[in-house]
Design a protein around this ligand. Sequence first.
Ligand code: PLP
Length: 310
Amino acid sequence: MNSSEWIWRSGRLQPWGEATIHVNAVGHASVAAVFEGIKAYLAEDGENLLLFRLEDHLDRLYHSARICRVEIPYTRDELAEAILGLLKANRASADTYIRPWAFPEGLIREQMVPAGVRCEVVVDSWPFQSGFKREGCRAAVSSWLRVTDASTPPRVKAFSNYHNGRLALMEARENGHDWPILLNEQHKVSEGPGACIAMVRDGVVVTPSLSSGVLESITRSTALTLLAEEGYEVDERPVDRTELYLADELFFLGTAWEVLPITTVDGLRVGNGTAGPVTERLYELYFSLVRGRAGRHLSWLTPVPVGAHV
Ligand SMILES: Cc1ncc(COP(=O)(O)O)c(C=O)c1O
């Protein structure tokens, strides 16, 4: 099921099926929509869901909104309360994906959203089972380039940016791969359509720098922290396409994709064709962190009692 019983909409809980808008509000109004994708993980004791890095996701939502001049009429605390209230209302008791989003309200038929136009804010959520896909995925470098900071900034998490990722995904699927890897306008590696990318080369974990045309990914920053704490050398720098072909390990990083091994790139096998040792270790570290087993970075975890009522 891709929905829950309740949705939070501009200040109140609403039954999911009643959360509708006029069809005229779907076109230009949604061009400016910004959003976040957050996960809540069932803690090992089964008593709490743990929202992962909620504050960082809310910060990024406000950053996206600022760049797009979308005025969110709620404070961070109010949105955090809304998310907690929604999980409780839905009696969420398993891994859950939470999507807060904001868009200019009304039947806007123009591309310009003048200052002062009210924004609707919606939070929806749905069950989302997590787990390591050791068999990984097949990736291919796309002929579509990533959108650029000079036109449609990838640093912004806007629905409109996913048009770019979708084109690349359609091409990859057409050619028998699972996911595309997009190059930026300098033809350096940027990211996938819904995740960042990292590689292991000669024992160093390398990921494209934040100026490579990527979203400022929270999973990426988590992974870099965890790997550095484990003693791995980590490097953020421009990455050439051909380095992908020489990598010992390659993996995607994202809230939804978590740690996803890449086992072929443009048909070339990566490593021995399954998840490599650094990828496996990162997965263990990540999952023990998000499920509250690690006993570290506790400020990144916001507990919500399982099955609570509003
Ligand atoms: C285009 C893109 N890049 C990277 C990411 C990974 O970001 P995060 O780790 O914050 O989910 C996402 C996922 O939201 C994404 O959509």
